[in-house]
Ligand binder design. Structure first.
Ligand SMILES: Cc1cc2nc3c(=O)[nH]c(=O)nc-3n(C[C@H](O)[C@H](O)[C@H](O)COP(=O)(O)O)c2cc1C
Length: 188
């Protein structure tokens, strides 16, 4: 697939079919993430892949996070709220969930460099998933239960989980959101 096609086709998928991912597919996703640019080539990202029983445990933890959703009830509306509650408790039945971690930062510059680098790696992974015909969704609202997630994903001390990435075979075709066009200022 052409790069621009993958960029245009990638959308957040929140419902997945039951088929598992092949080891080669997981390796390819990690290879794509590993090739991302990073501040001073620090490559601060680590990816912790939950399959099998660990994957089931992630659902149990994320179900606990739904108590915090009530803060968003006005934004989501009653139907969206109910849908979100269900989604966080099953993560769209994604066959694998990948936690992305980075070192806890000591300075503001380290923090920015870390986040910006990790986001590049995540986007590489999402685009590779699209290229492979897979669906994906980046879930940072996992923040609410990040301590429990650190434990479950066996993330070493000194690192923090920034996001969960859901990957699997799409069981829905999400509508493309409208993209703002007024995002660039060209200076001469
Ligand atoms: C930093 C970040 C955090 C996100 N967190 C969540 C989340 O917690 N739950 C969710 O359903 N989607 C989450 N998303 C997906 C966004 O809702 C989605 O990217 C956005 O609505 C645009 O839609 P698209 O990805 O289909 O283009 C997140 C995306 C990003 C980049």
């Amino acid at each position: 697939m052409e790069t621009m096609d993958a960029i245009r086709r990638r959308h957040s998928v929140r419902l997945f079919g039951p088929a598992p991912l092949l080891d080669e597919q997981i390796e390819r996703l990690i290879e794509a993430a590993a090739a991302a640019p990073s501040a001073c080539n620090s490559q601060p990202w680590r990816f912790h892949v939950a399959t099998g029983m660990v994957r089931d445990r992630v659902n149990e933890i994320m179900a606990l996070s739904t108590v915090h959703l009530s803060e968003y009830v006005e934004i989501l509306g009653p139907e969206g709220f109910e849908h979100a509650q269900e989604f966080y408790a099953n993560l769209g039945h994604a066959p694998i969930v990948i936690a992305c971690s980075l070192p806890s930062a000591n300075t503001e510059l380290d923090r920015i460099n870390g986040y910006v680098s990790v986001v590049a790696a995540i986007e590489n992974m999402l685009l590779a998933a699209t290229d492979m015909g897979l669906g994906s969704c980046n879930v940072t609202f996992s923040f609410w239960v990040r301590d429990q997630l650190r434990e479950t994903f066996e993330v070493p001390d000194g690192r923090e989980v920034v996001s969960l990435i859901l990957i699997g075979h799409p069981a829905e075709t999400p509508a493309a959101p409208r993209h703002r066009q007024d995002i660039a200022t060209i200076l001469e």
